[in-house]
Design a protein. Sequence first.
Length: 477
Amino acid sequence: MHNLQKFFINGEWVEPKGSEVLDVLNPATDEVVSQIRLGNRDDVESAVAAAVDAFQTFSLSSKEERIALLERIVECYMSRLDDLALATTEEMGAPIEFSRQAQVMAGLGHIKVALSVLKKTDFTEVVGTTTIVKEPVGVCGMITPWNWPLNQITCKVAPAIAAGCTMVLKPSEVAPRTAHIFAEILAEAGLPAGVFNLVDGDGPTVGAALSAHPQIDMISFTGSTQAGKQVSIAAAENLKKVSLELGGKSANIILDDADFAKVIKRSVKGVMGNTGQSCNAQTRLLVPENRLADTIEIAKAAAESVVTGDPMAEGTAMGPVVSKLQWQRVQALIQKGIDEGAQLVAGGTGSPEGLEQGCFVKPTVFANVTPEMTIAREEIFGPVVSIMTYKDEEDAIAIANDSIYGLSGGVYSADLDRAKAVAARMRTGMIHLNGAPADARAPFGGYKQSGNGREWGHYGVEEFMETKSMMGSVPKQ
């Protein structure tokens, strides 16, 4: 068991003020793998004070100094790849190969991208006789989730360092060990004391204290839409900048000229990746009415071929969901789909056979799902696909846009121009054409109740900056 009962504040591991101890469970075995302390407002005050002090000097650091720092962070991160992968699998249940190849490498990718952006950009622009400069926004509060722990930590921390900000991170109390290892990486890389601070705790205490703190200049939050609203309300008291990456209910439109045998299998298995615990998972599968029968056949075979089991075992494609609480939520929504009349094609309620211990869910597919059904509207955050039918392209677009969310989406067509024309009318921040993968250099974020602001790439660095106009700084020609 890992003892994580200290916080990283002002460059040191310190004893928390909070006394409550929380057990962190392995969702595959229900065994305790780590213990953390839950911080309180005094812990937040200490961390914020360190970040405020550090900002006075770090905000003035040169671009070359920050480049060298990010290069050292990359080196130190690479030396801890195995530790990070094992921690990810133990705490949130991702299969170990998925942790190595996707979870951990996504984190490395964001650090490298932030480094590349910093090398290529000076964040200045001349308009007439005015010089427009980008400056660090200040002290940043960061609240990150458990589903992609390293991805979400690094896509905030690395751009903030590149921008010259200081920060206080509250990682998920469900999966904190990756954050603790990352703090060790930053310390080894020589990050100045106080630039990065870590306080464990829950949302109502530590998260709320960060969101409302008058010396926090920006809050960057990734999590549920409901929690994001609470962060916004707390932050409004002093009008700090707020960046939110929230929930999704993404639609994947399969046009009639697509290769259904290939595309449907790929789409179903794509949702099952990370056990459906991705905010941008394309869980609404939209197909033409006359292709429903073969879609059901392909989707059923795809779901039933997913190897679910011990995340440490070779060949496992899908591990458990993160916790018993999440398991219960997914089970309730699967049952809701059945109760509301959706056709259960594969999976269903209960644990997969032989996997009664832990938080395992059956890969589940519903068909004949209608737009008003709960499973078509609520984010399930589990391995559940809802097949919906459309009459024509206009109908498909209308169904796709009929959501409070607008994070991601997909369009498949043999004609790329046709796919692009449909994508242009989808009200969502990201569209994957013909299964194109995510690009860490491109902005990540959504419309509507999927949040505001953008992460990743150049946009992600600028998110941690303010804009200043210096009029008269350029001589008239």
